[in-house]
Design a binder for this molecule. Structure first.
Ligand SMILES: Nc1ncnc2c1ncn2[C@@H]1O[C@H](COP(=O)(O)OP(=O)(O)OP(=O)(O)O)[C@@H](O)[C@H]1O
Length: 303
């Protein structure tokens, strides 16, 4: 069993604090690292793979510090977000170069095994420049897997990958998680993380905001107060009935209608059509006004 532990880890670049006092454990199975752009996911992964030293705190792999621990690097594979800059190589040459860098005893056989694992044997003779985004992602994964590491980290692996290839990549990662590998992938898309991850860690503005299975994270996100914009044929009458509802926290008139802050979305969504019918009110518009992921994340941080 391979476990990566972050203990009060921070990393700053000049006066930018990219990661701020984060503690978490990443164990076997698939974990999703969820956070908006600039949250610090890439910096966290760089520290968890030994590419970057923490400014303070410690990252350990099975109890041993990761930084400058060359033995640990043999247990870890990283699939970075950036594109392969050696597009003139064939997929096979690229994976083989990584096998050689690891000084694997049978680099040729290891290369073929890794290509098979990601179903890229057939196109492996072609130049990477001719690959689709999904194929390039696969080759990057093969290169990261060539030394058969126990831990695989992937930075935004599904960005720009078409839906069919995304499903196939997810299936591959799921299988590897079931085999007992420790898999961590980052994403800024909740649905993506929910579909694949057994466990989710949420980071926002460099801080650890939440942790749990997708049910727990989803609940945190849906239990927060939400803003709705409503318009009806009699907004004053609508406001009067809304303020009487326990699920409504605040009502405010705007030029175009009314803004409503809802504390219990379930009750509000079920009740609203009934309340309007009972008073003979015609609802002309009901729309969420702050459904962006950023607002969900800010709520989590402010808790
Ligand atoms: N080498 C660096 N020098 C200066 N600032 C940096 C450096 N690397 C990261 N940062 C800053 O640290 C913060 C976190 O960046 P990071 O790339 O880790 O976030 P992220 O969650 O991976 O975002 P994205 O998904 O956009 O890549 C950002 O404000 C970024 O500008």
């Amino acid at each position: 069993m391979t476990e990566i532990v972050l203990d009060r880890v921070s990393r700053w670049f000049g006066n930018v604090v990219a990661v701020n006092d984060v503690s978490m454990r990443i164990g076997p199975g698939v974990t999703g690292l969820l956070g908006p752009n600039g949250a610090g996911k890439t910096t966290l992964m760089a520290m968890m793979t030994g590419f970057l030293a923490p400014s303070s705190g410690e990252v350990t792999l099975d109890g041993r510090p990761l930084w400058r621990n060359t033995d640990a690097y043999r247990l870890i594979g990283l699939v970075p977000e950036r594109e392969i800059s050696f597009g003139y190589l064939t997929g096979r040459q690229f994976v083989r170069a990584n096998a050689d860098l690891h000084r694997l005893p049978d680099a040729a056989a290891a290369t073929e095994r890794a290509l098979e694992r990601v179903a890229m044997v057939e196109p492996a003779g072609r130049k990477i420049d001719t690959y689709s985004k999904g194929m390039r992602q696969r080759v990057k994964i093969a290169a990261a897997l060539v030394h058969e590491p126990a831990v695989l980290m992937l930075d935004e692996p599904f960005n720009g990958v078409d839906p069919r290839q995304r499903m196939e990549l997810m299936e591959l990662l799921r299988q590897m998680g079931e085999e007992g590998h420790t898999i961590l992938f980052s994403s800024h898309i909740l649905e993506e993380v929910e579909r694949l991850a057994r466990h989710i860690e949420v980071v926002v503005s460099g801080r650890h905001a939440a942790s749990g299975d997708f049910g727990a994270i989803r609940r945190l996100m849906t239990d927060r107060p939400v803003q709705y914009f409503l318009r009806s044929d009699d907004d004053r009458a609508l406001a009067t009935l809304l303020v009487a509802q326990p699920s409504v926290r605040a009502v405010r008139f705007t030029d175009a209608g009314i803004d409503v802050e809802v504390s219990d979305l379930g009750q509000f969504a079920h009740g609203l059509p009934r309340w309007a019918r009972e008073r003979d009110l015609l609802l002309r518009e009901v729309s969420p006004s702050d459904e962006s992921l950023e607002s969900v994340f800010s709520y989590l941080v402010a808790r």
